[in-house]
Ligand binder design. Structure first.
Ligand SMILES: [Zn+2]
Length: 252
């Protein structure tokens, strides 16, 4: 498959034209025209780029690409090194940020729910990025934290009483702790007991406690492996490409 064909296919699949994003979605750094092996991952770090080169990849498809609004664009230091490695190995870099959070099947939030067995009831927040739904059966906050630990491979930071009853929850992967304000409005209508995201800010516990909802910070990286993983499996199953997910562990 040609690199531009893959870009068109991913743009259509992930409906990237529908999003206003902080980073360009699609082909960010052009490499060789012919693509056979595509590696997916969370972030275009040097470690992931090096791993993709080692695997003989023609395309690296990530959730967190190279270019971000407001960032110093100069190619010096580690930024030069990442681009130098991509270009030296003729490796294409594709990035899909919000489209890969929000996709109703392959996205981080949909796949997080699938991995945990949560029933999706609806969406909330800007560009409908957040999801909300129900556990198969109500449980205590400590049990939910234990299940998340199993699924994500790391314990969440849980704010709330261990024995707090959780039935309905809202979630949004990555750095979506600020959406807690939207969750409060949603909770007033739907009875949300807990909100889950990747990161946490200083004010998040105060807001959660004062509004009697639990908050679980599950890790930005840990909560955003699902989408890239699902995308690799989709490419493997639905195209002639070799699709493989590589995890470069990140505790943040
Ligand atoms: Zn993210």
């Amino acid at each position: 498959m040609k690199h531009r064909e893959l870009e068109n296919l991913l743009n259509a699949l992930l409906e990237s034209a529908n999003f206003t994003d902080y980073s360009p979605n699609g082909l960010q750094v052009e490499g060789r025209a012919e693509i056979r092996r595509a590696i997916t991952g969370v972030s275009a770090s040097q470690a992931l780029i090096d791993a993709a080169v080692k695997r003989g990849a023609d395309a690296l498809i990530v959730h967190h690409g190279f270019f971000w609004k407001g960032e110093n664009p100069c190619l010096v230091g580690y930024r030069r090194q990442r681009i130098a490695t991509l270009i030296a190995h003729d490796l294409n870099l594709f990035a899909y940020h919000l489209p890969l959070d929000a996709h109703p099947e392959l996205g981080n939030n949909a796949q997080w729910a699938k991995a945990m067995g949560w029933r999706v009831c609806g969406r909330f927040g800007r560009q409908d990025m957040g999801f909300w739904g129900e556990l198969p059966e109500p449980c205590r906050l400590a049990e939910l934290a234990a299940r998340l630990t199993e699924t994500l491979g790391r314990p969440p930071l849980a704010i709330g009483a261990k024995d707090q009853r959780i039935q309905r929850l809202a979630w949004c992967s990555g750095g979506a702790q600020g959406y807690i304000e939207d969750v409060l409005a949603l909770a007033a209508m739907t009875g949300i007991d807990a909100y889950l995201s990747g990161e946490i800010s200083e004010q998040t516990p105060h807001i959660a406690r004062e509004n009697h909802i639990a908050y679980l910070a599950c890790g930005h990286h840990a909560s955003e492996r699902f989408g890239p993983q699902a995308l690799a499996a989709w490419l493997q199953a639905n195209t002639e490409l070799d699709g493989e997910f590589i995890d470069c562990p990140n505790p943040a």
